[in-house]
Design a protein around this ligand. Structure first.
Ligand code: PA5
Length: 445
């Protein structure tokens, strides 16, 4: 189970003020449970972990097995909430060098549809040229340009290389039950498909097939992931007292910090495998809270790497930041620092120590330095990088995000702001139906 410690924020804000949120948090929890708050048509994520059935997991695992057996590579096509959760879990659990290993334990997992990089897509299609590959096409709307464009390329290549019949077997859709181009294509072509529930928004969808299918294809245990989330659903439940509810404390603390001028939250890890957990978290909080000219700006760093780039700013820059550190208690493997007779690097004082002992002292030393430098610190400890811990961590952040958004007074479940760039892009590309916008935007150039 994960734990949250806010002690190192208390020189900057008072415990009393954090606990003063208790009634507001209770109201937010009730609004979530009763569906009486803003965005209440998107609350399907709230009890998702405990409502996932064995049959559903078995269906996902069976489809994953088909892909694992028939593919050397599987491309996850999706953007934002339709890919970040899967990538967060897969990268956290994968061997850092898995894709370079000759003997692979499953298909190489690749990503597309999350950018419009011509060179990226060219290089991807080149890499796939001699590979037996499959695609998971993930899009709730089924019309997202980035994903649709990548899928158009990948579908054709898969059919050309593997034939229509095999393509049908190794292309899977995760999309809306009824609407959108991805649904129509899946039905017309006869692809296996999974439904993204109407009431679950993209950034809260990691525990739907959006996240679960790719994670299963990558060879990880989705039952354990869900079990971790179920445990956290309980731990953050509405009847859990405020002081014992990590989601409540996190939501209250970050709102109190924000009120005290801390406008930027930096999610920190000391394990490079957590990089994409931070990317997922940034989307979750950025899209949920950044509206109505309000919201904490979610940023992230990978330490100790970024201590050599961003460390200076964090230590001595503008004092508008706080950090939330995710600490992984136990490593998966064991590696000790060897002794060296010449000791030219002067590191013999570390000989015999585990690398993680050094990392943990870097973590502690950094926390103390940053607190001394005026940066409040929260600390989330997860026992290990495994499916259970990650399932718990993801649900914890989701629940806290729902509460936190309500404390801030915004609708945490919409994202009206993401339409602005799309409208301009379509106008600039002369998309049919955008004639007026095209004229208007051309006049501005
Ligand atoms: O959280 C969100 O709603 C967004 O990030 C979407 O997931 C993203 O824009 C992709 O949308 P779609 O799944 O419709 O392709």
């Amino acid at each position: 189970m994960i734990s949250l410690n806010i002690e190192k924020t208390l020189g900057f804000i008072s415990k009393e003020n954090v606990f003063a949120y208790e009634a507001q948090v209770k109201a937010a929890q009730e609004a979530l449970e009763n569906g009486t708050g803003k965005g209440n048509d998107f609350l399907g994520w709230l009890h998702l972990p405990s409502s996932i059935t064995k049959e559903h997991l078995a269906d996902l695992k069976a489809t994953a097995q088909v892909l694992r057996e028939n593919c050397e590579a599987v491309v996850i096509a999706g953007i934002g909430g339709s890919y970040l959760g899967a990538r967060a879990v897969i990268e956290a659990l994968s061997n850092s060098f898995a894709w370079l290993q000759d003997k692979k334990s499953g298909p190489v997992i690749l990503y597309a549809g999350h950018n419009i990089g011509e060179d990226y897509l060219y290089e991807l299609t080149e890499y796939l040229k001699d590979k037996k590959f499959g695609v998971i096409n993930i899009s709730k709307s089924g019309t997202t340009t980035e994903t649709a464009l990548a899928f158009r390329l990948l579908k054709k290549q898969c059919e050309d290389q593997r034939g229509k019949e095999m393509a049908k077997k190794v292309i899977v859709a995760v999309t809306d039950a009824k609407k959108g181009a991805a649904r129509v294509t899946a039905d017309n072509e006869g692809y296996k498909s999974f439904i993204i529930p109407d009431n679950v928004g993209g950034r809260f969808s990691v525990l739907t097939p959006v996240g679960l299918l790719p994670i299963a294809v990558a060879g990880f245990d989705i039952e354990k992931l869900v079990a971790g989330a179920v445990a956290m659903e309980k731990a953050c439940g509405k009847d859990v007292p405020f002081a014992e509810n990590p989601a409540a404390i996190y939501a209250a603390t970050r709102n109190e910090l924000y009120k005290n001028g801390k406008k930027i939250e930096i999610l920190v890890n000391f394990n490079p495998k957590l990089h994409y957990v931070s990317e997922w978290w940034k989307q979750l909080y950025g899209e949920s809270e950044g509206k109505e000219n309000k919201g904490i700006f979610p940023a992230s760093v990978d330490f100790s790497t970024d201590l050599h780039s961003m460390g200076q700013w964090i230590q001595e820059g503008e004092r508008t930041i706080y950090e939330t550190v995710i600490s992984v208690e136990k490593t998966q493997y064991s590696l000790q620092v060897p002794s060296d007779e010449a000791n030219l690097d002067g590191l013999n004082f570390l000989a015999g120590k585990h690398v993680d002992e050094v990392n943990k002292m870097a973590e502690l030393g950094t926390q103390l330095a940053h607190v001394d430098g005026g940066v409040p610190n929260m600390r989330i400890v997860i026992p290990a990088l495994n499916e259970e811990s990650l399932g718990g961590l993801l649900y914890f952040f989701e629940k806290a995000c729902g509460i936190s958004g309500y404390l801030l007074g915004v609708n945490p479940f919409n994202q009206p702001g993401v339409e602005a760039y799309k409208k301009n892009m379509f106008a600039l590309l002369n998309k049919p139906g955008y004639e007026e916008e095209s004229k208007a935007i051309q006049a501005r150039l």
